[in-house]
Structure formats: structure tokens, C-alpha cells
Design a protein around this ligand. Structure first.
Ligand SMILES: Nc1ncnc2c1ncn2[C@@H]1O[C@H](COP(=O)(O)OP(=O)(O)O)[C@@H](O)[C@H]1O
Ligand SMILES: [Mg+2]
Length: 220
């Protein structure tokens, strides 16, 4: 669950990027967020994963109130969040399998559980044969599949994805959309995706928000 009441988002003392944002994303929803470049889409996701403090209003993510002054328990918040970026953000010095296990290491899962989880996810994203490879040895589409596996590794109930298909060709993008759809449909994970291009015939129910000139609204 993500609930925003009149949130204002801004960097430093500069202008507000989003003003009076109101939305309620319920468990198991699939949400697309669109808007022109620079409209504040990434800024909105940053506030949800605790990278940017809200300037005003209330923001609840799961049971965490991110609008509380001095909120600093990022680890607690991210226990239930998986995050995917346009540029994958894999750790180059780690193998594919180690990248997938990273959230589990941070959350202090035991190594047997972590390894089993990584193996299952590698199978799920069809990269078992590349477990020991390094990110630079994979194509962009493959790297993004690793990023999806990593985002799923610690059993989050929310996945946030910032233009996850922005760097990919249509074929690879299709695979990523299917993985996100399956995460939503089969695992019941709430998925929030920023994209400027919503796939046609997406196949499952979703809601769509737009950000335009600092204002966020639900689009039909
Ligand atoms: N770290 C930052 N410090 C100051 N301004 C920023 C920062 N990151 C983004 N901005 C500004 O915030 C606005 C929204 O950026 P962003 O959320 O990245 O847009 P989008 O993801 O929709 O393209 C832009 O004007 C951008 O220049
Ligand atoms: Mg962005």
C-alpha cells in the first residue's frame, strides 16, 4: 500500500517538483506513471523508496510513515521494496548470482537460503547458465532480467521500476514486461512502473497516472 496525501516534493530550497500529490495505490495493483521528461517521475519514486524526504504532506509506504521528521530507517522500509532502474545498476565486480543475492546479504539471510533463492530466480529469468558471469558479459536485456531477479530476491510486496525498458529493444522489453506482469499476477506484488510508453494489449488490469507541470492526476 502506498498512500500520499497532499505531498510536496522538492530538492534543496528550489521550486517544488510535485505539489499536493494525492494517490492511493492498493495492494496488488499495477500502476503506470507517465509524464514528460523532467516532470518528476523519478523524484516521485525516490520519495517512495526513501531517497528523498517529503517536504510536506503525508506519505505512507506499507506501514511506514515517510513523512515523519527524521525518518531514517531505510533498511526497514526497503525490506519490502524491490527497485529496478533504467540502467540496471548491477555491481560490476559481482557475478550475476552475487548481484541477485545482494539484498539478501544486506538483510542478513543465511547463505543457504540466499543461494537457493538466487538459483530459483536465475531459473525464473532464464539465466541459470550465466550465474557465474559478470554484468559486462551480458546484453542489456539480460542485465535487466538480473535486475528483476534481484528486485524479487527478498520477497518484496512492492516493486518500483523507473523506465525499466528505456534502454531495451522491443523483444527484450517484452520479456521484462512479462516478468513484471507475472510478479503482479502470480505473486500478488504491487508494481509501480514509470514509463513513457505503456505496452499495448498489456493483458492485465492497471491504473495510470500522469505528472504534468507539478500536478499528478489519474489518467483514463
Ligand atoms: N538531485 C537533484 N537535485 C536538484 N534537482 C533535481 C535533482 N534530480 C532531479 N532534479 C530536477 O527535478 C525535476 C524532475 O526530475 P526527475 O524526477 O528526474 O524527472 P523525470 O524522471 O520525470 O524525467 C527536473 O527539473 C530535474 O532537473
Ligand atoms: Mg526519470
Amino acid at each position: 500500500m502506498i498512500l500520499a496525501r497532499n505531498i510536496t516534493l522538492a530538492y534543496d530550497n528550489k521550486r517544488n517538483i510535485i505539489e499536493n500529490g494525492n494517490f492511493h495505490i492498493k495492494p496488488k495493483e499495477f500502476i503506470f506513471i507517465s509524464g514528460s521528461s523532467g516532470s518528476g517521475k523519478s523524484t516521485l519514486l525516490k520519495s517512495i523508496y526513501g531517497e528523498l524526504a517529503v517536504r510536506a504532506g503525508q506519505l505512507l509506504v506499507n506501514k511506514t510513515d515517510l513523512s515523519k521528521k527524521n525518518y531514517n530507517n531505510i533498511l526497514e522500509l526497503r525490506k519490502k521494496l524491490g527497485i529496478i532502474f533504467q540502467d540496471y545498476k548491477l555491481i560490476q565486480e559481482y557475478t550475476i548470482e552475487e548481484n541477485i543475492m545482494l539484498p539478501l546479504k544486506i538483510l542478513k539471510y543465511d547463505s543457504e537460503t540466499s543461494q537457493n533463492q538466487a538459483k530459483n530466480l536465475l531459473k525464473h529469468v532464464k539465466l541459470s547458465h550465466r550465474a557465474g558471469a559478470y554484468p559486462a558479459e551480458l546484453s542489456g536485456g539480460e542485465q535487466q532480467r538480473v535486475a528483476v531477479a534481484r528486485a524479487l530476491s527478498h520477497n518484496p510486496n512492492i516493486i518500483l521500476a523507473d523506465e525499466p525498458t528505456g534502454n531495451l529493444d522491443d523483444y527484450s522489453a517484452g520479456i521484462i514486461w512479462k516478468l513484471l506482469r507475472d510478479a503482479n499476477e502470480m505473486l500478488g506484488i504491487t508494481v509501480v512502473v514509470v514509463t513513457h510508453k505503456i505496452p499495448e494489449n498489456f493483458g492485465i488490469k492497471y491504473r495510470r497516472f500522469n505528472i504534468d507541470d507539478g500536478v499528478m492526476y489519474e489518467a483514463s
